[in-house]
Design a protein. Structure first.
Length: 316
């Protein structure tokens, strides 16, 4: 084969490769590509995954959270006890890991409770409008008027006085209290999204097709509002963890002997000067968990921005 024909063959192959249509990128691929541009979010996700896995696998730790060993009281961090021991010889590592299960559960379940309540109220207000919208938004404003910490303490105290066992200072009562005081921002967000989406052409087409109001609300409008809800939910998890820790520190949260990061801090406040590790480790776990969730929320806010996603799809 001559040199000229070889060059033409190579040039033809390169031209064919340039003209070859690249397979379209999915929306999830675009979101993941945007998310990866935030290194702090990737690091935060990895750390949060490690915290969640170690908390789930906490029963595998050789020491129990309530196992007493009075001969090893106030032991500093060592190989046998990586986070030291407390005033009655309990292993701090075991208590931190089991406390993580409670604190993370409170954050996730309280956020889901707030999203469920806020979605129902916000979607109804935004879709129906008129009198329904005014009544529901004034109801939301009524809840926003109260100082949240005072109401949280009051609700926690009142739930303790009920005759219902699972609400007396346990996980369910704290989740319910925090969820009842954090749905308002979700409701306002979803109402605004519904007001902006319900006049779109595809919603009018669904009306013309004869779709019911409930189907339009939860099958057509709500899925188009998922991005902002996810971002708000991540911030809600961080807020719920901090709130639970604050309530437990004040004595109105998860009650001993069940460990949580907040009530571990409560028990450590008298001994921080002499035995600082009993306060440093639970405080550090609260700090690192919240900061990781905030990093993830910031990255999701950018990754789920519809203007960026649509712009990247058109650019392809």
């Amino acid at each position: 084969m001559s040199r000229s024909s070889t060059v033409k063959s190579i040039a033809g192959e390169e031209h064919g490769q340039l003209n070859r249509v690249r397979p379209p990128e999915t929306m999830m691929g675009i979101i993941w590509r945007q998310f990866r541009r935030h290194p702090l979010a990737i690091i935060g996700s990895s750390i949060l995954l490690v915290i969640a896995l170690t908390s789930i696998l906490a029963p595998l730790w050789p020491h129990g959270p309530e196992a007493l060993d009075v001969t090893n009281r106030w032991q500093p961090p060592s190989l046998a006890h990586p986070m030291g021991t407390d005033r009655i010889g309990r292993d701090m590592m075991a208590r931190i890991l089991h406390g993580g299960r409670i604190s993370l559960s409170v954050g996730i379940l309280a956020m889901l409770t707030a999203i469920c309540i806020g979605t129902i109220i916000g979607a109804t207000a935004g879709y129906c409008g008129g009198v329904v919208d005014n009544v529901l938004m004034r109801f939301t404003d009524f809840f926003l008027c109260f100082p949240s910490l005072f109401v949280l303490i009051l609700l926690s105290f009142l739930l303790r006085q009920t005759g219902i066992t699972f609400l007396q200072g346990g996980l369910a009562s704290i989740v319910l209290v925090i969820g009842l005081m954090s749905w308002m921002s979700v409701a306002r967000l979803i109402r605004a999204l519904f007001l902006s989406i319900k006049h779109e052409e595809f919603i009018m087409a669904a009306h013309a097709y004869g779709a019911s109001d409930l189907r339009i609300m939860f099958r057509h409008i709500l899925p188009n509002s998922v991005g902002p809800i996810i971002v708000n939910g991540t911030m809600g998890v961080a807020w719920a963890i901090l709130t639970e820790s604050g309530l437990s520190f004040l004595g109105y949260g998860i009650q001993p002997p069940v460990p949580s990061w907040g009530n571990i801090l409560t028990g450590a406040q008298e001994f921080m000067s002499l035995h600082p590790w009993v306060a440093i480790f639970p405080g550090f776990m609260i700090f690192i968990t919240v900061i990781c969730i905030n990093f993830i929320g910031d990255a999701l806010r950018d990754a789920l921005d519809p203007r960026k996603v649509v712009g990247l799809q058109r650019g392809r």
